[in-house]
Design a protein around this ligand. Sequence first.
Ligand code: HEM
Ligand SMILES: N[C@@H](CC(=O)c1ccccc1NC=O)C(=O)O
Length: 277
Amino acid sequence: MTDAYDPAREGAKMSFAEDMSYGDYLSLDPILGAQNCQSDAHDEMLFIIQHQTSELWMRLALHELSTARDLLAAGQLSAVFKMLTRVSRIFDQLNNAWDVLRTMTPSEYTAFRDDLGASSGFQSHQYRLIEFILGNRNTAMLKVHEHRPELHHMLQQELGTPSLYHVVLRRLASQLGLSFPDDTFRMDQPHAASDLVMDAWAQIYQAPHDNWQFYELAEKLVDLEDYFRRWRFNHVTTVERIIGFKEGTGGTSGVKYLRRMLEVELFPELWNVRGRL
Ligand code: HEM
Ligand SMILES: N[C@@H](CC(=O)c1ccccc1NC=O)C(=O)O
């Protein structure tokens, strides 16, 4: 008689022939069967899993951002704060994940880089959707998705919807009894900094207690952009460390292109207003 622990004796359910198990619920078979390495290189598994997990976190970020936008339009700010905080935490998670990928050296990456063909993160439709929902909109980015009509359609639909920041600005204007001109809300290009919008944020920051929820909302957005910028910075630094200034597999200039993307400002007035306070 062994005294090894027997979970069945304590009532743990041990048979799942008829019931939904852990793996069933989480669809682990398709997920854990989807690491389709193109080479025999040891590090390709790391590369694939790093991207797949990033895409899963991006999926959650999109889920939170689109609900946050709906709730914002309905004026439910407290729930929006929770969701925006969660998205910042997701970016923090993605930022920390670079430490795992950074263990791959140029020699190890070179062993399978050619097998990636022309594929590149540049073609991540979820990353593009996050950018679009936050307001960094560029119609030129749609073309690489033409071969996948359902993804192309999703991106196009997003471009036809006001961005999260647009919805924030609509509420801000109504809170302060202002009206921003129509060209503040261009849906098919990046949001351009506006003095009127900066004046409105200045009002909020100069007297936080008068409109505390908008003050809190502004800081949640700054937080989110701060984490997003760190993601871009970690990406470009990792890329330089691994491929230097080589052209990207996606056909861009690589690090040069990614450095240019560091200049993107999602909520420019929220950064500009700081110099006015
Ligand atoms: C060895 C690691 C990596 C290298 C060498 C690398 C390299 C590059 C390069 C050169 C580009 C520019 C586009 C091109 O011409 O290919 C790019 C874009 C991109 N990469 Fe990576 N990358 C790496 C890891 C990652 C990871 C882990 C993610 C996470 C999902 C990612 C997501 C993206 C995205 C979203 C873009 C588009 C950025 C934009 O358009 O602003 N990359 N990457
Ligand atoms: N653009 C990268 C390749 C790359 O990183 C990549 C390739 C396929 C799927 C995701 C990727 N990640 C980010 O771009 C390169 O030029 O080496």
